[in-house]
Design a protein around this ligand. Structure first.
Ligand code: DAK
Length: 257
């Protein structure tokens, strides 16, 4: 597929989507978001892909939604713009999705990273929700996912007062999984992604769905949901294969069936 604002590639069973609008720090314009979603969905459909990485460049994961394109908008422009739907589409990706973040992850950039399942940060990464400087608030999950991830006190500080987190702080407060040197942040992310990508595909999807249910349901409902997914996995060839491989002391060969 020919994209203007994203680059795509494959590394083994890992699909890579790179945001590529470097002159604007990867500002998330509707056109860029559409292409990013198209690329993510294509990898989500591709059976030869087990895990997806989304990244930017060393200087910026993304500096937020495109302020210049939003500047003159009225509420109905925002409401009717397919842009809003693209964010929901990212959340609906069913395969494990890892953000490899270096440099700025601000506003919608931070929100996009938080929509992913894991975040690997380079030691130069900076996370922030600076929307208050523009007279608005985060609109793509920043007040919610951030608070779930790091707690109310620090989320308030970030959203009310543009407090930014360094990579080390983000790791300390549980926003990111790992901090790695900027020179190798893609390679380090790919190592993690590759291991995940070679695991049982259906179980991965169910695991992601079950964990994300934490944010959607009361505990009793999400526990019941988890149990139903667990039962369902006993209908898969991968469950038979995984348990047979364990019992017979061999490596499992996953079929994704
Ligand atoms: N939008 C548009 N252009 C941007 C941009 C952005 N977010 N960030 C940077 N740029 C552009 C600059 O305008 C500049 O372009 P030219 O002037 O060269 O044409 C170029 O990138 C370089 O930027 P600077 O000259 O400012 O470079 P500096 O190194 O001095 O500063 C910076 C880098 C990243 C600290 C700074 O550019 C900055 O503060 N950028 C804005 C950060 C920000 O406020 N982000 C939050 C935006 S609001 C929603 C979904 C998403 C959202 C809301 C709702 N729904 C689904 C409902 C998201 C909202 C946001 O993200």
């Amino acid at each position: 597929m020919d994209y203007k604002y994203v680059l795509t590639s494959k590394n083994g069973r890992v699909g890579i989507v790179q945001l590529n609008r470097p002159k604007a720090y990867n500002a998330l314009s509707p056109a860029l978001m559409k292409e990013a979603v198209d690329a993510l969905q294509a990898f989500d459909r591709d059976e030869s892909v087990g895990c997806i990485v989304i990244t930017g460049n060393e200087k910026a994961f993304a500096a937020g939604a495109d302020i210049k394109e939003m500047q003159t908008a009225v509420p109905t422009d925002m409401l009717n713009n397919p842009f809003i739907g693209y964010w929901d589409d990212v959340q609906k990706i069913s395969k494990p999705l890892i953000a490899a973040v270096s440099g700025f992850a601000l506003g919608g950039g931070c929100e996009l990273a938080m929509t992913c399942d894991m975040i690997v940060a380079s030691d130069t990464a900076v996370f922030g929700q600076p929307e208050i400087n523009l007279g608005v608030i985060p609109g793509a999950g920043g007040t919610q996912r951030l608070t779930h991830a790091i707690g109310k006190a620090l989320a308030m500080e970030m959203v009310l007062n543009d407090r930014r987190l360094s990579a080390e702080e983000a790791a300390h407060y549980g926003l990111v999984n790992k901090v790695v040197p900027v020179e190798t942040f893609i390679e380090e992310t790919l190592k993690i992604a590759d291991k995940i990508a070679n695991r049982a595909p259906i179980a991965l999807k169910m695991a992601k769905e079950a964990i994300n249910a934490v944010y959607e349901m009361p505990l009793q409902a999400s526990l019941a949901h988890e149990r139903r997914l667990f039962y369902l996995l006993f209908s898969t060839a991968d469950q038979k294969e995984g348990m047979d491989a364990f019992v017979n002391k061999r490596k499992a060969e996953w079929s994704g069936r």
